[in-house]
Design a protein around this ligand. Structure first.
Ligand SMILES: [Zn+2]
Length: 306
């Protein structure tokens, strides 16, 4: 993919698009899931699902968005919640979309997905384990963590600190599932205290905070604000968020996605798998083409890497 801005612009406006993309602008989905297992860190183990079945179910959903222009999808299921890099690699090869996986640990949901070792290890010890993972063949491409609502408790603060240390060492960006604006602001302080630039931090699920002044505050501080719950029931608020950020001149710090999917481990046939197409077919047509280019291509690459 060309790095010249003019080239990117042309890809978007389709002054000569590629046949492989069927004339659709190239895009990145920054927060989706292929598979999640909610059983809990103390019970999760390999073999709780059939990879072949997951592929049969997920592949058509991914093919649908490849045809709509999706070139990369960040799969945000953390370790101990069903992260499966081998499954994602097989799907990626089959569909022709890059699927990125992650390192890190998820403290939200009252720490149900935090394994016992992470309760006793220090932030530095946790970070060493995550940094080691980045040298694995499957190569996590971002750090995924998660915290409860603010004020953060000690374990959440430790996970964010570990994420910041990992980011400082590896350059990877931190996508942090965040309960509310207070929790987001507290994370700004932790990341800054670890001497990590705030453009390394992505406030995941910013739509859960209804107070736009918090969105503005976090974006002005330099972090990314991700409105990632787009679906039929939530589209209006997400549109409001985009308009707010645009009015404040902060679309350059804004990301969009759907938090859609996924194969639910433990449910017959994986339960209800919500596809990834809604954003393309219903939501993006409501925005200006230049906004779409920024939000779906330029920003994801600036936030997470080209
Ligand atoms: Zn998610």
């Amino acid at each position: 993919m060309g790095k010249i801005p003019g080239m990117l612009r042309r890809e978007f406006l389709w002054v000569g698009g590629g046949a492989a993309l069927a004339g659709k602008p190239a895009s990145v989905l920054v927060h989706e899931h292929v598979l999640v297992d909610f059983v809990g860190a103390d019970q999760i183990r390999p073999g709780r699902y059939d990879r072949g079945e997951v592929i049969r179910i997920a592949l058509p959903k991914l093919e649908e968005v490849r045809k709509l222009g999706c070139r990369r999808l960040l799969e945000c299921t953390p370790n101990f919640l069903g992260r499966d890099p081998e499954l994602l690699a097989r799907l990626s090869d089959a569909v022709g979309i890059e699927i990125w996986s992650n390192t890190g640990l998820y403290g939200a949901a009252d720490h149900k997905y935090v394994p016992a070792f992470a309760r006793s290890e220090s932030a530095g010890q946790l970070a060493r384990g995550w940094i080691a993972e980045t040298r694995q063949a499957w190569r996590p491409r971002f750090i995924k963590t998660g915290v409860n609502r603010g004020p953060l408790d000690e374990i959440d603060r430790k996970l964010v600190r570990a994420a910041a240390i990992t980011s400082r060492e590896t350059g990877l960006k931190i996508a942090s599932h965040t309960g509310d604006g207070a929790a987001a602001v507290e994370q700004l302080e932790i990341v800054t205290a670890e001497r990590v630039s705030l453009e390394k931090l992505v406030w995941v699920h910013a739509q859960n905070e209804r107070d736009h002044s918090m969105h503005e505050r976090v974006a002005r501080a330099g972090a990314w604000v991700e409105f990632d719950g787009i679906g039929p029931q939530t589209a209006e608020f997400h549109i409001e968020c985009v308009h707010f950020m645009a009015a404040k001149g902060l679309l350059k710090r804004t990301l969009l996605s759907q938090d859609a999917g996924w194969y639910h481990v433990g449910e017959p046939g994986g339960g209800e798998f919500r596809g990834y197409a809604y954003l393309y077919t219903e939501f993006l047509p409501r925005l200006e083409p230049a906004q779409v280019a920024l939000l779906m291509w330029e920003n994801p690459r600036a936030a997470f890497g080209a």
